[in-house]
Design a protein around this ligand. Structure first.
Ligand code: HEC
Length: 130
């Protein structure tokens, strides 16, 4: 019984720490966090980047995408050098800014900056089986 409550306390303080870290990382209001994983799920499950690239995103989706992109340089990748991460995430930031301004060719540039493999190869840890 006592053991269980110690675990409960450890568990809750762990949650609190994670929560505090995410809140300080988030650049915008509210409880939405802009960590890499949330971004990746919006990309994979919702095709958020595709909507933005095609110009089919709603205002809300566009804002969400920008918030994710803005947070990326400050997110920490699970692997790879800081230099590589800074280069990739800042390229994404720049491509997103140009795309929002409607710069010619910015859709292609944004698609290139969103290339899954280029970033994953250096910064994503693949599970042993998959
Ligand atoms: C600028 C870098 C970058 C780009 C571009 C990128 N990813 Fe990722 N992605 C990451 C990193 C870093 C992780 C590992 C996150 C972690 O484990 O904390 C990741 C993890 C993921 C995951 C696993 C999320 C999880 O639950 O752990 C999925 C799914 C994913 N990416 C999908 C995509 C798809 C689809 C694309 C292309 C359309 C893409 N990503 C483009 C950096 C990127």
């Amino acid at each position: 019984m006592q053991r269980a409550s110690i675990f409960a306390i450890l568990f809750l303080s762990g949650i609190a720490t994670i929560f505090a870290a995410n809140v300080s990382k988030a650049t915008a209001k509210g409880k939405q966090t802009y960590d890499t994983e949330s971004f990746m799920h919006a990309v994979k499950d919702d095709g958020l980047h595709t909507k933005v690239i095609k110009g089919e995103a709603t205002r809300k989706e566009q804002k969400l995408f920008s918030a994710f992109v803005n947070a990326m340089p400050n997110n920490k990748p699970p692997k790879g050098s800081a230099e590589s991460w800074a280069a990739l995430t800042n390229a994404l930031l720049q491509a997103t800014a140009n795309h929002r301004k409607g710069v010619a060719g910015s859709g292609e540039a944004l698609a290139a900056a969103m290339t899954c493999k280029a970033c994953h190869e250096n910064h994503k840890v693949y599970p042993p089986k998959e």
